[in-house]
Design a protein around this ligand. Sequence first.
Ligand code: PGA
Length: 321
Amino acid sequence: MHVTFRQLKVFQAVARRGSFTAAAGELHLTQPAVSMQIRQLETNIGLSLFEHLGKKIYLTEAGEELYDYSRRIAQLVDEAGEVLEQLKGAQRGQLAISVASTANHFATRLLAGFTVRYPGVSFSLDVTNRETLLQQLKHNERDLVIMGKPPPNEELLAQPFLDNPLVVIAPPEHPLTHHRRIPLKRLAQESFVVREPGSGTRGAAERFFARFELQFTPGMEMSSNEAIKHAVEAGLGLAVVSAHTLEVELAARRLRILDVKGFPIKRHWYVVQRADKRLSPVAQAFRSFVLEEAQGYVVPLDALTPPPAVGPRGATGTEGP
Ligand code: PGA
């Protein structure tokens, strides 16, 4: 079928107004020009679109069908225009992002993926702990933040986008690697290498042990996941870390995930902004990218290890999204 978009627009105006003259007025054309467009359209499709009864015109069955399609086509063209305009806005610009240290493992890959799609965008990326991220949001210092669940606060808009399972790690030669469904109580006898106060991971692990009235014994304290993994590898203790930080060490068999009852602790990643912040087109594009695509940038826990055992009644590690 050979039909031009212009013919469809003229046809739509005539059908909507029920008059060639009114359509001509709307489109700033002469009435004969409108009649000619409609005649050409009818010739092209081989069907009459209007019937003339007295002074009035009515759509034929073919006209009704084409009117329905032409409205949908026009809507789609408008929609495409809007999307492309937004993209134009997101083609260039600067983005100030902060991510929790633990999220950095996938966040940098996510930024790389975003940059391929939007090469004109430049980033400033800050990698820091949860407490500092909350301060940055409070002082409106960043466009968007990727972190664990923020505390309830009307000034923040937080959207979960990805699971963040926390697991217990040990060096491969540790005797507990041969045990299944290790009770939490047994684990509490071990010494742990922990993150600094203010770390979301540390807070979640402490709350988890406290829920079962167990004390978890912090041994050494370190301010990065990398340092913690090295310390555990070196036999300085066990640790609770996000599975998202372990891809390399598990593949190289430098660390093992212990099968502990109630683990993994289920945390979630959120993309967070101040509720009163008007996001730039670039920031909006990045937020949508995170919400829609982040899943593809992490290796799921069950692909890293055999599925963990289910915890006992009342001992699920869920923190809730
Ligand atoms: P963290 O944050 O890097 O501060 O531990 C991660 C989280 O909140 O789970």
